[in-house]
Design a protein around this ligand. Structure first.
Ligand code: NI
Length: 184
């Protein structure tokens, strides 16, 4: 396993539409292991293969365990993910991205989604996720279509500078405080 370099805005791979995974071979297995290691090393909550410069439809998601966040504390690996259902209800909240260093911004996303794809063994599975975890899935799946969260800002003014390296931490903090507020 190895930590791979995360590419940032301006790199053409981030704007490519990624290809579906057709064979789960040794190369893809190594890529998945490296993506998980890279996400952890960068303290990210999700990563798409395009961000390590491999235009394949693979995402990993892992939100640190928090009582306020349903579906947190679990690693999800999904190949060829497809959102099969989105709630009509939407939520605006903060997002950061390892490929957009130094910023967080407000994006509106479906509050709940059903997403379908393959696990790391090639087995089909489906997830019903909501809130912050659903947000991370939507963000990562956007990457596979060459879309960055900055394309979806609720307003151009809703992009805020943060200390470089703090993007996902700031986002997570926001998600936790937001969820806590809703729970009151
Ligand atoms: Ni991202």
């Amino acid at each position: 396993m190895a930590i791979r370099e995360v590419i940032t805005v301006g790199h053409p791979t981030l704007r490519q539409v990624a290809e579906p995974v057709k064979r789960l071979d040794a190369e893809v297995r190594t890529l998945i292991a490296d993506m998980v290691e890279t996400m952890h090393a960068y303290n990210g909550v999700g990563l798409a293969a395009v961000q390590v410069n491999v235009p394949l439809r693979i995402i990993v998601v892992e939100v640190p365990a928090s009582e306020e966040i349903p579906g947190s504390g679990q690693l999800y690996v999904m190949l060829n993910p497809v959102i099969v259902r989105r709630s009509r209800e939407k939520e605006a909240d903060m997002e950061g991205c390892l490929s957009v260093p130094g910023y967080i911004g407000e994006v509106e996303r479906a509050r709940r989604i059903i997403v379908r794809g393959l696990d790391e063994h090639g087995k089909r599975y489906e997830l019903d996720v909501e809130g912050y975890v659903a947000r991370v899935f939507q963000h990562e799946i956007d990457h596979l279509d060459g879309i960055l969260y900055t394309d979806r800002l609720t307003s151009l003014e809703k992009l805020y500078p943060v200390k470089q390296g703090d993007e996902e931490a700031a986002e997570l903090e926001h998600a936790q405080s937001g969820a806590a507020k809703n729970g009151q």
